[in-house]
Design a protein. Sequence first.
Length: 345
Amino acid sequence: MVIEELDPGAAAEWDAYVEGKEPANCYHLHGWRTAGERAYGLRAPYLVARSRPRGELLGALPLFFVRSAPLRGYATTGLFGSYGPVLAEDAGIAALLLREACRRARDAGLGSLRFKGFGEEPAATGFIPLDHWVIATVPLWPSPEQAWAAIRGKERNLVRKAREHGLEVRRGAEGIAAFYDVLADNMHHKGAPIYGRRFIEELVRAFPRMAEVVTVNQGSRCVAGAVTLTFKGVMAIPFLSSRPDALWLRPNVLLVWDLISRACAAGVRTLDFGTSLRGSSALRFKLHWGAHTMPRSILVRALRGRPPAMDVESPVIRAGVALWQRLPRAWADALGPQVCARFLA
């Protein structure tokens, strides 16, 4: 048994292993490594367990090193809202992968390892759970007609009103720039740093057959949009946003209905809304569509000093949010990708 870093040329082997594992999702795929390296210059030593050097694959663990100078930085198993279990043939191999990830992160001078899973992870011994988030998913219907009949009457009325306002849904990678402007506008309004347009572009480029950019437009103006990844019968939505000044048009409702309708028509089994804070307005919106929730814990292992608290309600975080909201939009757009690359991935 050997644990080694995946050779960049073995991306197809990695993805084939991921596709064959029952608990795997789109966040395990190699394209996230490509996007993180190209957009942020992150070191991403994806780990694999093999029966012998270059032998049969027995386990896989995504890994990113996030440098946070002058702080110690950290290692993480997924970028932003990504999540997923260790993929391995048994619990012993999973534990070896996590142990090796801790060793490599410690040797690199990083302060902690953040494992982004869901539910319990038996292999993650010695980790501290931070349980602020949930994952919201919607089991889909066999047809758009059945989906329309099943959703709440309020949502159906809001979809009709959005159409009456002349909103139009469009698809295609040419909508990235328009969608990104919506995303940056909304995140600035919320006081959160924006990821950077290059990261969105690299992510879509890394998944040419799975990724789709969807926008909702009022005339020539984009008022909402999403980036989706469809893998193994699940449509995941890593990014979805609406303009704060256009919410009265209900573009977010039309957008979600369009995603559900097209997913049902394509035979997709599940819509994955992704990660939300417990008790947040974003989570309430998702629950209105019949979403089910499951815990999405971040498990933290301190490698040097104390483990990070990651208290989303702390005075420091609240002060940071208020400060970011007061920044001019252009400053927030310029600084956001640097903050994300160094501290928030």
